[in-house]
Write a protein that binds this ligand. Structure first.
Ligand code: ADP
Ligand code: MG
Length: 726
């Protein structure tokens, strides 16, 4: 479909908007009844399992105790009965290979009974373990194809659920994916290992503060997801969006986001209908989505859940991305999760809100009204500060991808320099700590609005800062450099592990200094806090992260600035990074190296395929349209001349120049793209330093042609159309 045809159909879709399926009958089942209705939840387990089995399972979930293998058979029978009642014919082990996608292998419950019939069967073994043919998933050299066995293992701590389809339902079982040698081939296994490490170290600290109950400490996560929704007519008419998820061409529209009239604006009807159905589907699956709003860029939106145990949150995040895409298509919309689908307007990120806590002590990053006086909070907070300072390159590497490179540092998203925003209250406390005990906390107070009918509003003790990659926001940290399309697992693994290391460091010091004598704790804490505040405050920055001045200042402070993924990923190869992950049994060196390789490979694959797309689109769509226009202009000039008039050839000359430039740049890109380089890292460098600029050169000519070639000849939907027809 050409640009103008797609445009007409999209306008039709918007003006004659009717949902493809019948409107939801939202009065029939209230949202609270719907919530969790397709989840094999604790409540369902309690109702359906024998008491002792339920208790044993709950111990595994709550305290991380070993799963009783005998329980599996009993659970499998109950799970099957529940699923079959809900129309399930199949079960699927769900896993997250290193491609970042959600993988699923479906098997039918039905087993022939030998009498010509069949019965639904599901054993503990089938629940606990699956064996998908794993040879086609990336393993970064861990697994040779001749030893391609990969196993999926039931993750008891993340609930099973039912995925509906109009033609049947499937029981989905969250699993970890490991090789025959037990090495992690997925994103979940390291998350679980890192949660264990975090629990161990946090418990040591809590013990020192007198909490000896040993209630398991978990990381918590609440990821805010940004995304674009555009009419599908446009999506299918743009080979770049279809294949690369982002536009590789497109002149800036006359109106972008400069009016700031989109952020929190009224949500268009079709979009809201789509959101409502997405949320309903997510409710059924027990994904606690809470917030929705328009984002800064035109056609950009956000959805955020209430935070949960980080492992469950990571699974729910994957489901959320899947549902956003799935439901959007029912409304004639395409959900774009790419970090930078459109140049010149804001890209999308995923703000990963992170904390740690347990059911006994609550959120361990809750400062209370007087943080200076809250030694336990200060210890946990200092642990995060030290961790982020010491391992900033690892955090940066955890969000590295070809697509996120277009967003980080583009003056709309945090810079590639990792720093921490603490807010004025906490920054002040840490300043005091450098000199000795902190004695005061700036107080929050109330906001007076100046209108009598409005209630006085409590004021937060610290303001917000949108430019910081890692911000303390009241009682949690918000890691804002995470990519919109990315699984949150990688960033979680890094956060959990580096904080575990810091807590270990602090616990070791405190244990040695107190030697069992609780009266010495205050003094010991004071010493550690002073040391951390002194050695690690370079990472704290409360100013404007976008400014040039900060880049200079950061350099002075010795903070790394890895601008691209190709700069950032090799940091994972440092011996101290391997030692960190090995020490806490999160990743072996082989597992870590395999990840670096896979991510570098993915980088190369992404840029390679984008560069091929640029060549193809430029040759088969943009060049022909431009030449057609050129011939029209040339014919018009010739006609005028024949009629004895002097034609104005200004546009013809300009178009001809641009076409020549386009041709040359295409040839140059083809040549650079085919250039072979030895070694993965060198190849990635070549794509970063040579291929990407060559692609930009082609785009420069193409975008200029777009603004000059007759509209009816232009083959691609424009930015204006894609972003504003909704
Ligand atoms: P903000 O306004 O600072 O963005 P919100 O209260 O709206 O804060 O929360 C944003 C996200 O942070 C939500 O997903 C929320 O559930 C999550 N969040 C809140 N508390 C925690 C916590 N203790 N751990 C992890 N995430 C949290
Ligand atoms: Mg937020």
């Amino acid at each position: 479909m050409s640009g103008s045809k797609a445009r007409q159909e999209a306008i039709q879709a918007v003006t004659n908007y009717k949902p493809i399926s019948a409107p939801l009958n939202f009065n029939e089942t209230p949202a609270n009844e719907l919530y969790g209705s397709n989840v094999f939840s604790l409540k369902v387990m309690q109702d359906r399992l024998p008491k002792n089995i339920f208790k044993s399972l709950k111990r595994t979930i709550d305290r991380g105790e070993m799963l009783d293998p005998l329980a599996a058979d009993v659970v499998a029978v109950a799970m099957k009965a529940w699923a079959v009642e809900k129309g399930a014919t199949h079960y699927a082990h769900i896993f997250h290979p290193l491609t970042g996608i959600t993988a699923e292998k479906h098997d039918s419950f039905l087993e022939p009974d030998g009498m010509g019939g069949a019965m639904p069967e599901f054993t503990g073994k089938a629940l606990i373990q699956g064996e998908p043919d794993a040879s086609s998933f990336p393993s970064g050299g861990i697994r040779n194809t001749f030893e391609a066995r990969g196993y999926t293992a039931w993750d008891v701590t993340s609930p099973a659920y039912i995925l509906e389809n109009p033609n049947g339902t499937t029981l989905c079982i969250p699993t970890a994916f490991v090789s025959w040698t037990g090495e992690a081939l997925d994103k979940k296994t390291p998350v679980l290992r890192s949660m264990k490490a975090l629990n161990t170290q946090a418990t040591r600290i809590l013990k020192l503060f007198g909490h000896k109950d040993g209630v398991m400490v978990s990381a918590t996560a609440g990821p805010e997801q940004e995304y674009f929704l555009i009419d599908r007519n446009f999506f299918f008419a743009r080979p770049d969006l279809l294949n690369a998820g982002r536009t590789l061409f497109g002149a800036k529209p006359p109106k972008g986001q400069e009016f700031e009239d989109q952020y929190f604006g009224a949500i268009p009807e079709r979009v809201l209908a789509c959101m409502l159905e997405t949320e309903r589907e997510l409710y059924k699956l027990g994904v606690p989505v809470k917030t929705r709003h328009n984002e800064v860029a035109p056609s950009q939106y956000e959805i955020a859940p209430i935070y949960e145990n980080a492992n469950v949150a990571a699974d729910h995040q994957q489901i959320l991305m899947l549902m956003l895409k799935r439901v959007a298509s029912k409304y004639g919309l395409e959900c774009l999760l790419h970090e930078k689908p459109f140049a010149g307007v804001n890209g999308s990120g995923k703000h990963l809100n992170w904390s740690l806590g347990n059911s006994a002590q609550g959120n361990l990053l809750e400062p209370g009204a007087n943080p200076h006086d809250n030694a336990q909070f200060l210890v946990f907070c200092a642990a995060v500060i030290r961790a982020v300072h010491k391992y900033a390159p690892v955090l940066r590497a955890a969000v590295a991808s070809a697509s996120n490179d277009h967003r980080l540092g583009a003056n709309e998203a945090p810079p590639a320099i990792i720093s921490i925003f603490l807010g004025s209250q906490l920054a002040d406390v840490f300043e005091q700590l450098k000199k000795g005990p902190a004695t005061s906390s700036k107080q929050a107070g109330t906001l007076t609005v100046g209108v009598d009918t409005l209630p006085p509003l409590p004021k937060d003790a610290g303001d917000r800062n949108r430019t910081s990659p890692f911000a303390f926001t009241g009682n949690k940290f918000e890691f804002r450099a995470v990519a919109s399309n990315q699984s949150i697992s990688g960033p979680l693994v890094v956060l959990n592990t580096i904080v575990a290391e810091s807590l270990d460091y602090i616990a070791t010091k405190l244990e040695a200094a107190t030697n069992g004598d609780a009266s010495k704790l205050n003094g010991a804490v004071q010493t550690v806090l002073q040391e951390i505040a002194t050695n690690h405050s370079a990472i704290i920055f409360n100013g404007d992260g976008y400014s040039e001045a900060w880049h200079k200042e950061a350099e002075k402070r010795g903070l790394p600035n890895y601008k691209t993924s190709v700069d950032a990923l090799p940091a994972l190869g440092a011996p101290e990074v391997a030692a960190l992950f090995e020490k806490y049994k999160v990743l072996t060196k082989r597992e870590l190296d395999s990840r670096t390789d896979i991510y570098l490979e993915q980088y190369c694959k992404t840029v390679r395929s984008e560069s091929k797309l640029v060549v193809e689109i430029a040759k088969t769509l943009i060049y022909p349209a431009s030449v057609r226009y050129q011939s029209e202009l040339a014919a018009a000039a010739a006609n005028l001349k024949a009629a004895g008039l002097t034609p104005c050839v200004e546009t013809l000359t300009k178009v001809t120049d641009l076409i020549n430039g386009l041709s040359k740049s295409i040839t140059a890109l083809e040549k650079t793209g085919e250039h072979h380089v030895e070694g993965l890292l060198n190849e990635a460098k070549h794509f970063c330093n040579d291929v990407l600029p060559a692609m930009a050169e082609v785009r420069k000519f193409a975008d200029e042609l777009e603004s000059i070639v007759a509209d009816d000849l232009w083959p691609l939907p424009t930015y204006q159309e894609m972003l504003f027809i909704k």
